[in-house]
Design a binder for this molecule. Structure first.
Ligand SMILES: *Cc1c(COP(=O)(O)O)cnc(C)c1O
Length: 496
């Protein structure tokens, strides 16, 4: 048997497909080249898999067919904002002046790229109502690190390094407490209320002379707007701390609300979520951070500035503006390709279009909520923002668990939603449709989920088998995470 399914091939690793004795190219031996490697020169095999061009192409095309993507279908992964990536953005990112530049080339030769960085900086500051920005962080998580480093730097400057406690709500994304802990802060968890919001009383009680700041996601990971945010920011500032906002959910409010107006001091923006640059599979992301007036002097270098009609990168710490900066966060200037895509997205939407993004994202999530609330169990009462959180209560009295339900969705052609996050809800299912799904597409998704819920009642055992149509069935995800096999080793046939 072939192990192929339908027209999908069972693809082996490159090392298993190729053969070191084979080569895909045929180059003449170089003439008259003086070998300067001396005794470092080696002409033994280096063990790379040799493949012809068609073999190489087929390998990667087959692999790509196994990959679920936003281009293939609805991708309801909550907290991740998997929206359509407009092809116009791709076209712009491929313009030679952007795609072929090198971060070390003379500044006089990449003025257009710097102008674009300056332009996107202006847009992002305007959309967030913040005073300063750094474009270099490479993803949301590094943006958090950057924002919290600025906060740490501000505390050092004020000679308040005894402020060591960072408060983080129990609904937070894991990167929030991890970031604070990585920087040497003591993380203290604050509780959520029955309504899925920060418990303001618990927040208040946890503030003492060691309070450095609080990290809040707004809208939060329960898909709800933290309505006490202004009260929280006022108390934070009065108590000598800083308010960091995880901006991963900016899609719900972009164009509608300026985080700066809420008293936020630093916030990362995931360009690969809100501003449609492609993500998944680990990158490339981009997580610019905006800063309030209170933190603007503490952000990292470099600054992009126009001086006498020419753009320049300012990074000498002797410079007055930078005297309190914590220096460079990254070697270079950020993810240029992502900047171009995000800028193209913003300009093609315009300010009215960006506002509509938020409105339609929230509308779509609430349409799912209304349509499914009799079938799955909404975790909270009332409207949600751009994502809807369900608990596993609809699975109680059955032997089907959230994981089984998610796996069964794969057999129905849907990538599962985010599951078991946030941790505050038992067996959580977090669904984010995004604004780019049509009503027709949402209706199909709704009917599919309703069908699965109906099946839970009368054929629950089938869920334990799912997925049955994928090349690989249930993986041992715990073992895969704990004991990843990262290196290929040739299988030596067992001796008879
Ligand atoms: C995605 C996400 C992050 C991390 O962002 P990355 O760009 O993946 O590093 C942090 N917090 C929340 C709430 C997120 O959804």
């Amino acid at each position: 048997m072939s192990n192929n399914r339908g027209l999908d091939h069972d693809e082996k690793l490159l090392f298993e497909v190729g053969d070191i004795s084979k080569t895909g190219v045929d180059l003449p031996d170089p003439e008259n080249i003086k070998n300067m490697l001396g005794s470092s020169c080696s002409d033994t095999e280096i063990g790379l898999a040799g493949l012809s061009e068609p073999e190489t192409l087929r390998h990667y095309v087959r692999l790509s067919r196994k990959n679920y993507s936003i281009d293939a279908g609805l991708y309801p992964l909550g907290s991740c904002t998997m929206k359509h990536n407009p092809r116009l953005n791709e076209k712009m990112a491929r313009l030679e002046g952007f795609s072929e530049i090198h971060p070390l080339q003379p500044i006089s030769t990449c003025q257009g790229a710097l102008e674009l960085i300056d332009l996107i900086s202006t847009w992002l500051k305007e959309l967030t109502g913040m005073a300063a920005i750094t474009m270099t962080p490479k993803a949301g998580a590094q943006g958090e690190l950057c924002g919290m480093m600025a906060i740490k730097q501000a505390l050092i400057f004020k000679k308040e390094s005894h402020r060591k406690v960072v408060l983080v709500p129990d609904s937070a994304h894991g990167t929030n407490p991890a970031t604070a802990a990585f920087l040497g802060f003591d993380v203290r968890t604050i509780k959520s209320t029955q309504e899925g919001l920060i418990d303001f009383e618990d927040f208040k009680e946890n503030i003492d002379e060691h309070f450095a700041g609080v990290m809040i996601t707004n809208p939060n990971t329960c898909g709800l707007f933290e309505s006490d945010i202004v009260k929280i920011s006022e108390l934070t500032h009065k108590s000598g701390g800083y308010l960091y906002c995880d901006g991963a959910n900016f899609n719900a409010v972009v164009g509608k609300l300026k985080p700066g107006d809420l008293g936020i001091d630093a916030m990362h923006i995931n360009l690969h979520k809100t501003f449609s640059t492609p993500h998944g599979g680990g990158g490339p992301g981009s997580g610019p951070v905006v800063f309030s007036k209170r933190l603007e002097n503490f952000c990292p270098t470099p600054l992009v500035k126009k001086i006498n009609g020419k753009y320049d990168l300012i990074e000498n710490l002797d410079n007055k503006e930078l005297s309190n900066s914590f220096g460079r966060l990254n070697v270079f200037h950020g993810q240029m390709g992502m900047f171009v895509r995000a800028m193209s997205y913003m300009l093609s939407h315009g300010s009215d279009g960006l506002r509509q993004v938020a409105e339609d994202a929230v509308l779509n999530a609430n349409y799912l909520r209304e349509s499914l609330s009799m079938h799955l169990t909404p975790a909270f009462q009332g409207y949600c923002m751009h994502e809807i959180l369900f608990s596993d209560e609809f699975l109680s009295d059955t032997n089907v668990e959230t994981l089984d339900f998610a796996k069964a969705m794969i057999d129905e052609g849907y990538h599962p939603m985010t599951i078991y996050f946030p941790l505050v809800i038992h067996g959580a299912l977090l669904v984010e449709p995004t604004e780019t799904e049509s009503k027709q597409s949402l209706d199909h998704f709704i009917e599919t989920l309703k069908g699965l819920v109906a099946r839970v009642k009368n054929d629950s055992d089938s869920f334990k088998e799912a997925p049955i149509f994928t090349p690989i069935r249930r993986l041992d995800e715990t073992q895969a995470a704990r004991k990843p096999i990262l290196r290929w080793r040739e299988e030596v046939p067992a001796k008879a």
